[in-house]
Ligand binder design. Structure first.
Ligand SMILES: [Zn+2]
Length: 618
């Protein structure tokens, strides 16, 4: 059977590598921009503000200078989706319609944890269908459906978003899952059911309209349940589980991602219903966080796919305060952000109901105000603008906000607006603004911007910019350069094979060299991506990719090759010499004169070899 021996046929791997373009695959998750020979973006595997993640299309590899993750397109999918090598190859083969030998194409025996995850995902998919069916086709869902219709949800939308209903009766889902052989203790871990104190299980969600929450791959991993009757809480989310972490998941992200990437813009809503109504109105790049918890992890996730965020929260005070907070989070992460200000305290859903979908898109979502403008609008609420004193306070506060802008032109623009509206002399405001900036300059901690003082006490600690990882020094660099040449040139590999064999000082380098010898021995042409697939070892792949990503590599001339190989040999002889000297001392101490004499001869030979070839690579 396929992979019974643990190895995947090489032609399958090659076909998978040919079928999946690395730029396209990575591009689905990471916003990439061209930078010379490679593409750059924010690493999906660690949190960062300046891109240190690169893709080299020519070589078919990715490499992150920040966290060191690197490898082929297969490795990328493994890391992103938590797959093993055989799993990733199988999934990618299926996607590309590549037939798997052995027919079944069954993956390797999954670990117990993987099996639990798989079971839970299945159960969530079942539960979503079950709730959806109850809503659309049964008496249980009649009232919920009427409510949804009143809120403007068409059957098409209900189907598309798989909205469902969890009935009042408390054990329908538990029964349904148990009948299908699911272990209810596991289902409890996933948050679908809860344990009864007297034994047995009951449904966690009851009397609620159910919104399935999907992960980045579109699999259902949790639910948000909105209560139908009066009651608390209004929304109940699945608890964090093996599948679901609410600070990392965004509602509708999977569906919205293509449009977010295309437009470079993401629209952030407060509620699931808002996302769905906006989608219906034509806003296809909308997402929502779970409840009120919008986190830095969400910001990091969005920064990877979008250039700009537009916040579209409720128009009431609570919504606007929340918008202010979220805007500050985007600003702190250095991501441009704008805010839609809905009139009359309306939420998006209500606005669409009142003014129609066209107006919502044309006059609201397409007309967000800058974050500064939004702060100035928000600030008005706190001041009595009809009173002289209130007006003065407001203007002073407003100047402080404007002073936080980096662009002089923008400062000028807002100061002018302020001067005009409140009939203050522009020069006075400018003077005030400069003074605030000068004072802030003096006290400002590293990296803290004036504009960030809206972040409600949460202060970004100064962090050095994510720089490039320095090249490892000395012998590492020499060996890495040799391997770089060997990966691109079969003759270089042959030369090193003859001269050095496995005499690399770094174990992983010796291993990569051995793989290279084997690769060329099989008659393959130099092909980095293909070579990578033969490694099948994360650490080696990582090392190999970091070698391929070296910034400056001297040309592979025969002189250079000779000098570098010689240097490795020399270092190896020096190490051997040191070991021998120690050995001789031990033999002498032990009174073994014969052994000591033998070692002395070896030492002599090594010293002669070292003297004979003392060339160093330039
Ligand atoms: Zn990284």
């Amino acid at each position: 059977m396929w992979m019974a021996g643990g190895r995947i046929p090489e032609d399958v791997i090659q076909a998978v590598l040919r079928a999946h373009d690395i730029v396209e695959t990575v591009g689905r998750t990471v916003h990439l921009t061209k930078s010379g020979k490679y593409l750059k973006g924010l690493c999906p595997f660690h949190s960062e503000k300046t891109p240190s993640f690169t893709v080299t299309p020519e070589k078919g590899i990715f490499h992150c200078y920040g966290c060191g993750k690197s490898g082929s397109v297969i490795r990328f999918r493994m890391e992103l989706e938590g797959l093993t090598f055989p799993e990733a190859v199988r999934v990618m083969a299926e996607e590309a319609g590549i037939p798997l030998p052995g027919g079944a194409g069954a993956p390797e025996e999954p670990t117990p944890a993987q099996r639990e995850r798989q079971k839970l995902i299945e159960a969530h998919e079942y539960a979503a269908k079950f709730y959806h069916y109850l809503l659309q086709n049964t008496e249980h869902g009649r009232e919920a459906k009427a409510y949804l219709k009143r809120r403007g949800m068409s059957d098409k939308l209900i189907d598309q978003f798989m909205i469902g209903y969890a009935p009042e009766r408390g054990d329908l889902l538990a029964e349904f899952l148990e009948k299908r052989g699911y272990d209810l203790r596991l289902m409890e871990k996933g948050g679908l059911v809860a344990a009864r104190s007297g034994g047995g299980f009951f449904d966690r969600f009851r009397g609620r309209i159910m919104f399935p929450i999907r992960d980045r791959e579109g699999r259902t991993i949790a639910f948000a349940g909105r209560i139908l009757q009066d009651g608390q809480p209004k929304y109940l989310n699945s608890p964090d589980s093996l599948l679901f972490n609410k600070s990392r998941v965004l509602y509708n992200f999977h569906e919205a991602r293509p449009e977010i990437r295309k437009s470079g813009r993401v629209v952030l809503f407060e509620g699931y219903m808002d996302v769905i109504r906006a989608w219906d109105a034509g806003v296809r790049n909308g997402v929502a966080s779970m409840g009120t918890s919008f986190t830095e992890e969400h910001v990091a996730l969005l920064r990877r796919v979008a250039d700009e965020a537009v916040i579209c929260y409720d128009g009431d005070d609570a919504g606007q305060s929340a918008a202010l907070k979220s805007a500050a989070m985007f600003e702190n992460a250095g991501m441009p952000v704008k805010v839609v200000v809905l009139p009359g305290g309306l939420d998006p859903d209500e606005y669409i109901g009142k003014y129609g979908p066209e107006s919502f898109v044309r006059d609201m979502v397409s007309q967000p105000v800058s974050a500064v403008k939004f702060k100035l609008i928000f600030l008005r609420k706190n001041h009595k603008l009809l009173e002289e004193e209130g007006r003065k306070d407001y203007v002073l506060e407003a100047v402080r906000i404007i002073a936080g802008l980096d662009s002089p032109a923008e400062r000028e623009f807002y100061l002018k607006e302020l001067a005009r509206e409140f009939e203050f002399p522009l020069e006075t405001l400018k003077q005030e603004c400069s003074e605030i900036r000068a004072a802030a300059q003096k006290n400002r901690p590293f990296g803290d911007k004036l504009g960030n003082r809206w972040n409600n006490g949460r202060n970004e600690t100064a962090r050095p910019p994510a720089g490039r990882m320095p090249e490892p020094p000395g012998r590492h660099h020499i060996e890495r350069t040799l391997l770089y040449w060997m990966m691109h040139d079969a003759e270089a590999a042959e030369y090193v094979h003859d001269k050095l064999g496995d005499a690399f000082q770094v174990e992983d380098h010796a291993a990569i060299a051995a793989y290279l010898y084997a690769y060329y021995a099989q008659g393959h042409e130099p092909d980095v991506t293909r070579f990578f697939s033969t490694l099948q070892d994360e650490r080696l792949e990582r090392t190999a990719a970091s070698i391929l990503s070296m910034e400056t590599v001297p040309p592979c001339t025969s002189d250079n090759l000779d000098a570098y190989a010689e240097e490795v040999l020399k270092r190896q002889r020096l190490t051997a010499l040191k070991e021998r000297v120690e050995e001789r001392i031990r033999a002498e101490r032990a009174g073994d004169a014969l052994r000591a004499a033998q070692i002395a001869i070896e030492i002599n030979t090594l010293e002669r070899q070292l003297r004979a070839k003392a060339t160093r690579p330039s």
